[in-house]
Design a binder for this molecule. Structure first.
Ligand SMILES: [Zn+2]
Length: 565
């Protein structure tokens, strides 16, 4: 039943007091739960009643008995913690899904095992289908040796292979792939790359940096069915970790077409906000699409812009040079040259009512985007735009106030903090590191946070993100008390950012993000109480059950094991 119909029927029955008792019964009641609603009006509850895809009541067990009917399904949550479903504000959903099905070579410790896994994956793929991914690391082998095509040619007669080293700086291609790319003994090394050769000068299949591009550039884009398969894998993954909404950054239009097809077939099990690149902004302007256009399942109306690169690749744009590269302060992204061209694009998109989400990592990149936003506000006037800065990693001290003044949302990925925290200080120094992933400072300035992962770059599992935000314990174990511990969040603040915060960031805070009557019944039941467990155990918590719009889309009891990413 639609929510408005339901409301109408409640109103109808209740204007005649005698009929009030015959209000509709709930389809589902979850009882005996420890519910953290993320609704300040009623933060804690025991039970929730669902009718259709909406929550109709939240309260104590007995209070909800009035919603029981002969058809009502009742679930006893046995005292487990129930939260609103997680909303990941920044994912690369198709790449994430595709990677789940790629050959996994990272843990391999011998050439034999390497060949065995490649053979196994080749047997699963269609004839002629490219095999990519892998993340092999020959330093784990004894003795370490860079693999050659001879190792995998016998098991891949029909599949071109281009599997990557874990650092992304080398690939191993098989003979089929070399042939497709036209690489022979006569091919010279390209500028910035090396074709590794044997003693007779023949390519071994190992290709470094720019030489790898000779092969990578000829790999065809995924076709419709490959795309659909990747999305279906990603949907399963999301359900298994309690993610019920994702905000897909820079999707291809073909990805949106798959979402639309799945929605039509009733198979979309995660709510999607698709945010295409700003280079294509005129497409949405032409048809008059405005921010958050669509239905609760699938929406468009936002644009993703890049202001700079990343800290890891030393391309994030800073005011001052990097400590470990004194000649380098990073650089602005292509479309930022000149900045006025980006300003123009963004102003046109804003005039059309589209939402802006700008990737900005270095302090100068963030400042430049704030300049643009502030210029647009001056020209177009104040409005509820919910501008976003994606990552917002390294803040200039003076920019927190500007960030807050423009009501810009910081769409951040706490897992990056415990990952980069291993080496970031050596690159940018202590002063800048103190304003890095500065979640507490953002909150103190009244900046709204939205949490996400950047999956595939980091794991999709929200428990790892919560763990990161609450502990700031770097992955190398060197900061058990937290890297810049003054920036830690409480678990309640972290959950808020991951539910209401992310919903706000996509103009959906009135329909989801908390367990509140009238909102969509998107919820997750957890194996342990994330609010009271020791912080270092948060990362071990699992989703037991996930519901979206009142439908159970994941049940750990009936699911087979799922991979980490
Ligand atoms: Zn990203």
């Amino acid at each position: 039943m639609k929510w408005d119909l339901l409301l109408a029927s409640i109103i109808f029955f209740c204007v005649v007091p005698a009929l009030c008792l015959s209000r509709p019964a709930a389809d589902l009641i979850i009882r005996n739960a420890r519910i953290w609603t993320v609704d300040t009006a009623r933060p804690e509850a025991q039970a929730v009643a669902i009718l259709g895809d909406r929550i109709v009541a939240v309260g104590a067990n007995q209070e909800l008995d009035a919603w029981l009917g002969p058809e009502t399904r009742v679930i006893d949550a046995a005292g487990k913690r129930l939260l609103p479903g997680f909303n990941d504000s920044h994912v690369h959903f198709v790449t994430g899904g595709a990677r789940l099905d790629e050959v996994q070579l990272h843990e391999v410790t011998s050439p034999r095992e390497f060949a065995r896994r490649v053979a196994e994956r080749a047997a699963k793929g269609a004839k002629g289908e490219w095999m990519v991914g892998g993340n092999w690391d020959e330093t784990r082998w004894n003795p370490p040796q860079i693999p050659t095509k001879d190792l995998i040619d016998p098991v891949t007669p029909d599949s071109p292979v281009a599997v990557s080293r874990y650092d992304g700086h080398m690939i191993l291609a098989n003979s089929l792939a070399l042939k497709a790319a036209g690489i022979t003994a006569q091919t010279p090394d390209p500028a910035g790359g090396v074709i590794v050769r044997d003693s007779r000068g023949n390519p071994t299949g190992a290709l470094k940096d720019a030489a790898a591009d000779l092969v990578l550039k000829i790999i065809p884009a995924p076709n419709h069915s490959q795309r659909r398969q990747a999305i279906e894998r990603a949907l399963q993954m999301a359900a298994s970790v309690g993610v019920t909404s994702v905000q897909h950054m820079n999707p291809e239009y073909a990805d949106i077409a798959v979402y639309s097809e799945l929605l039509d077939q009733g198979k979309l099990t995660t709510r999607v906000y698709a945010v295409p690149l700003i280079s294509q902004f005129e497409d949405q302007v032409k048809i008059g699409i405005r921010h958050a256009f669509g239905n609760p399942w699938l929406r468009i109306g936002a644009l993703k812009a890049y202001a700079d690169g990343s800290l890891g690749s030393a391309t994030a744009y800073f005011f001052e040079p990097l400590i470990d590269q004194p000649q380098n302060r990073g650089l602005l992204a292509d479309l930022m040259h000149p900045v006025s061209s980006m300003q123009d694009r963004m102003a046109k998109a804003d005039a059309a009512g589209l939402q802006l989400c700008a990737h900005a990592i270095g302090d100068a990149a963030i400042s430049t985007i704030l300049d643009i936003y502030s210029g647009i506000e001056k020209t177009h006037g104040k409005a509820d735009r919910r501008w976003r800065i994606e990552h917002a990693q390294h803040m200039a001290a003076g920019d927190f106030d500007r960030f807050a003044g423009l009501r810009v949302i910081a769409s951040v990925q706490p897992y990056h903090a415990i990952d980069d925290g291993r080496w970031a200080e050596a690159r940018i120094g202590r002063d800048r590191a103190a304003r890095t992933y500065a979640f507490r400072t953002f909150l103190n300035h009244g900046v709204r946070l939205a949490f996400g992962t950047d999956w595939y770059v980091a794991p999709l599992n929200p428990m790892l993100t919560l763990y990161a935000a609450v502990t700031r314990a770097t992955l190398d174990g060197k900061n058990p008390k937290g890297w810049f511990p003054e920036q830690k969040l409480t678990i309640r603040e972290a959950i808020e950012a991951y539910t209401m915060g992310s919903a706000y960031a996509e103009f959906q805070d009135r329909v989801k993000g908390s367990i509140t009557p009238g909102k969509l019944a998107d919820m997750v039941l957890l194996s342990e109480d994330v609010l009271t467990v020791a912080p270092d155990r948060i990362r071990d918590i699992k989703a037991l059950k996930t519901w979206i719009g009142g439908q159970l889309i994941y049940d750990a009891e009936s699911a087979s094991s799922t991979p980490e990413r």
